[in-house]
Design a protein around this ligand. Structure first.
Ligand SMILES: [Zn+2]
Length: 187
């Protein structure tokens, strides 16, 4: 990333870290697009940012002041930032990424997994490995929720025949089901 201005202070954490960790994604919006597209469950991505906010003078402070604030930005809202480099130019630092997924037809989703960046302690590639592991975990969890809840009518009849009481519960998929081929149905 040698297109950074030379006066940039290398001692301070900056978003180059993420540009290095995710060489295929030049921005958080692009990273979200990839996360959504390349997971079966269509996972979401939230990004925690940190920046200095100017506090206007008021009855207590005579002069404008700066306060470090932190907030989460979700999915499509990430488009407002542009690239990692542009975020650096705006003075906005990414401090953590978070992934999770909803599951269609169910009113709960997977756990959210937060991957906090520690730029002084961890190489970008190791951060990337932790991020990918978190994303795989979300996929596993989403699939498991799907399998527990998306059985079709034939799956249901099978469990009833087996003497399993589904009383009020959602129907798990029967993997040998001839009707849905063990893939379940959209509920
Ligand atoms: Zn079935």
């Amino acid at each position: 990333m040698n297109d950074y201005p030379p006066e940039y202070d290398n001692e301070d954490p900056d978003n180059r870290y993420f540009a290095q960790a995710f060489p295929d994604a030049d921005s958080p919006a692009e990273l979200y697009r990839q996360v959504y597209k390349y997971t079966d469950c269509g996972a979401y991505l939230s990004v925690q940012i940190q920046y200095y906010k100017t506090i206007e003078p008021d009855g207590f402070n005579e002069f404008p002041d700066e306060q470090l604030v932190s907030e989460w930005v979700n999915c499509d809202e990430l488009r407002r930032f542009g690239t990692w480099k542009e975020m650096d130019q705006q003075g906005v630092l990414v401090t953590a990424l978070l992934v999770g997924s909803i599951v269609e037809g169910v009113d709960y989703g997977t756990d959210n997994i937060e991957v906090v960046a520690d730029q002084t302690e961890e190489d970008p590639s190791d951060y990337r490995t932790r991020f990918d592991t978190a994303l795989s975990e979300v996929e596993r969890e989403a699939e498991s929720i799907w399998n527990d809840t998306h059985g079709c009518e034939s799956c249901k009849a099978h469990w009833v025949d087996e003497g399993i009481n589904l009383d009020g519960e959602m129907t798990p998929i029967w993997f040998d089901c001839p009707d849905c081929q063990g893939s379940g149905v959209i509920i």
